[in-house]
Design a protein around this ligand. Sequence first.
Ligand code: FES
Length: 160
Amino acid sequence: MPMATTSRTEIAGHGARLTDPVRQSMLLTALYLAQERHGYLTPEAIEEVASRLDLPLGHVFSTATFYSLFRTQPSGRFVIQVCDGLSCYLRDGADKVADYIGGKLGIRPGETSADGRVTLERVQCLASCGTAPALRVNDALYENLTPTSLDALLERLGEN
Ligand code: FES
């Protein structure tokens, strides 16, 4: 799917006359804009970002697949990213949180609920180790998770 006109304009308005370091620094923002338009990064959107910023396609693709912020597959309306890091594991998170949510929704990490509402993922450290266990839902971080707070979160997602 090609990028929407607005995304192309936002990026193309800068691309051609910028130096390599500046184009490089725009990459994450350009990928984020493309993802916002489509819900995930299609191969065509990644190619277009590479073209507009005049960066190697391989580099743009590896950036898009490296960061947990980006998705290259269609997802549910809510993407729950459960932290898989050591601090979360040691504070009763990681496996337990992913299993708890997966059990409630009837899905495993990497899957989307039957109603298309929620995608469950496991990701590396969310940089919230001091308040582990943590997870992220779309752009919002949730910390100090307990079964009670997870139940409340899932209930809120069901209402929205
Ligand atoms: S290990 Fe989970 S937030 Fe860092």
